[in-house]
Design a protein around this ligand. Structure first.
Ligand code: AMP
Length: 187
């Protein structure tokens, strides 16, 4: 029995990335570099499963570096033919809520890249779950050039208005480098 346990393969840690489904020439290298760095750390990229936009870039970066990539895609988006066909695994789930729950299950932390409503929805759902103690997984934005400045200014305003406590404010975090982001989620 002991030898059977010893020969079992350890699962790589899952790192979930939330980012834009839209393309961005400015942030494509950042997304690709993050994907590659996740693979180099021996972790598995978990993400929304699309082949488009920054999502496609982060997946390409991880795959090119020889990493594992697990996508979790809602059925409705697959029928629009944007699912990435070259992934290690692509899970099709019934809806967006199931997708977020599944990405949470598969991951030990979340890295947020520039994005739009979908990215913020996913990020804030994970922060809210952390506050409600449904999980204790870190979320951190990778923000080398101030893309999220306005969001952080809003959070400070919310604290000064007494609408957000300092504890929850502290869970909204950002770092400037890929390696710092991975250090946070793998710590
Ligand atoms: P957004 O920031 O609005 O582009 O939304 C991107 C985030 O929401 C990603 O992290 C995805 O998990 C999810 N998402 C939104 N739109 C799509 C799409 N067309 N294909 C796949 N995932 C999407």
């Amino acid at each position: 029995m002991a030898s059977a346990v010893a020969t079992m393969h350890a699962e790589p840690p899952g790192i979930c990335v939330f980012c834009a489904s839209a393309p961005s020439a400015r942030y494509a290298p950042l997304a690709r570099g993050l994907g590659a760095a996740i693979a180099r750390r021996g972790a598995r990229l978990v993400y929304g499963g699309a082949s488009v936009g920054l999502m496609g870039e982060v997946a390409a970066g991880a795959l090119e570096a020889g990493g594992e990539v697990w996508g979790v895609l809602p059925e409705g988006l697959r029928s629009r033919e944007i699912g990435h066909l070259g992934l290690t695994r692509l899970e099709i789930v019934p809806d967006m809520a199931t997708r977020k729950a599944r990405m949470d299950e598969l991951s030990r932390g979340f890295v947020v890249l520039p994005g739009g409503y979908g990215t913020l929805d996913e990020w804030f759902e994970m922060l809210t779950a952390q506050l409600l103690r449904l999980h204790d997984k870190p979320s951190v934005a990778l923000d080398p050039d101030g893309y999220f400045d306005g969001l952080f200014a809003w959070a400070d305003r919310a604290v000064s208005e007494g609408l957000l406590a300092t504890g929850p404010r502290a869970t909204l975090r950002r770092v400037a480098t890929v390696e710092a982001a991975l250090d946070e989620v793998l710590a």
